[in-house]
Design a protein around this ligand. Structure first.
Ligand code: SF4
Length: 350
């Protein structure tokens, strides 16, 4: 398969981005970079990687941190289960593996939050093991170049691409090869308008020669989106507001937020105040006056559209504080890890 691999390796040596995790083989730092860079643009992820590597330079440092600290540092990056799993696994490695990162594929794969792709990336980059790391970039390059139209989100597709990737990695420097293929997909064979005229593979690329670039890779399922409606209740009294921790198995688990009343649609305020949860939050807070109601906005996640608004309530009585609410001085509010949409609101209004 040299006809395919050699031009990509050469391209990589000339075009690869200068990224901090490319100068290390430390499995902890490789793992950190891989988890942060999932579903994240490189410019955004880079800042987070640098902050984490500085704050927690070793797996023991991460294991010793509190979950609140980790979530706070992760704030704004989204997909918070990644941060919780990262922390869980750091503690596991510290306690069960004497702080030493496992060095074989199966043990790496058994760690919480590490799937086949991440295990292969760590095994190949840190330990020189021949496991192909097949991410979205790699699917795209292989499906276009080899003209494979089996959907990449089907069982048959996953198997086909994995088998091909396994053949391709044989006899190569596995860490470099995996990174080269991923980087080639990220920079050269881009999802939209790839610059095929400058591509070193264009003489044999099936998609280019057959004008199928927009059809490959093929997918069978479009992700279904669910609409949710969050009415955030911003309780205010003098210099204080109230937060709660999201503890359910749901988005943003263990992050903080204003108390929220979720409704099945955009509810009029007259109906919202009749909701039992609204009464619970506000009754516990004593007398109230609605000071401001924001417009509805929308926050898009991978499987959900969160419609949200803020209802600002000024409290006038002292009997405040349902059991699950935390009373917070405004100047301390930024110490709490909150979802990004709340951070914007806090920045502007508190
Ligand atoms: S020729 Fe175009 S489609 Fe084919 S591998 Fe190169 S960039 Fe991708």
């Amino acid at each position: 398969m040299d006809f395919f691999c050699t031009p990509i390796h050469t391209w990589y040596s000339l075009n690869k981005r200068d990224l901090p995790w490319r100068t290390t083989r430390d499995p902890y730092l490789i793992w950190l970079s891989e988890i942060i860079m999932q579903q994240t643009r490189i410019d955004q992820g880079l800042d987070y990687y640098n902050r984490f590597a500085l704050e927690f330079p070793t797996v023991s440092d991460l294991a010793s941190a509190s979950e609140d600290q980790v979530l706070k540092l992760w704030q704004g990056l989204g997909y918070y289960s990644r941060a919780r799993n990262l922390h869980f696994t750091a503690k596991y490695i510290q306690q069960q593996c004497h702080g030493i990162f496992p060095n074989d594929y199966k043990s790496i794969l058994s760690l919480k939050g590490i799937g086949e792709y991440t295990a292969a990336a760590i095994a190949s980059i840190s330990f020189n093991l021949e496991y192909p790391a097949v991410d979205g970039n790699v699917y795209r390059v292989l499906s276009r170049y080899f003209g494979i139209s089996t959907p990449i989100d089907s069982g048959a597709g996953k198997k086909t691409f994995y088998e091909l990737a396994k053949e391709l990695i044989k006899g190569n420097n596995p860490g470099m090869h995996n990174q080269a293929l991923m980087e080639f997909g990220a920079l050269q064979c881009t999802p939209k308008n790839p610059d095929c005229n400058s591509c070193p593979l264009n003489k044999q690329c099936y998609a280019f020669l057959n004008k199928k670039i927009n059809e490959l890779p093929a997918k069978q399922n479009k992700t279904k989106q669910r609409d949710r409606y969050f009415n955030y209740i911003v309780l205010l009294k003098e210099n204080q507001t109230w937060l709660q921790k999201r503890t359910a198995n749901d988005i943003w688990k263990n992050l903080y937020e204003f108390p929220v009343v979720e409704t099945s649609e955009k509810t009029e305020i007259e109906n919202l105040v009749k909701e039992p949860l609204f009464s619970e939050i506000t009754d516990a807070a004593g007398n109230l006056q609605i000071e401001n109601i924001s417009d509805w906005k929308i926050h898009i996640l991978s499987h959900q559209r969160i419609h949200y608004r803020f209802i600002q309530i000024r409290l006038t009585a002292e009997n405040v504080g349902a059991a699950n609410l935390v009373r917070v001085n405004k100047e301390d509010i930024f110490n709490f890890a909150v979802p990004r949409l709340l951070e914007s609101y806090m920045n502007q209004h508190l």
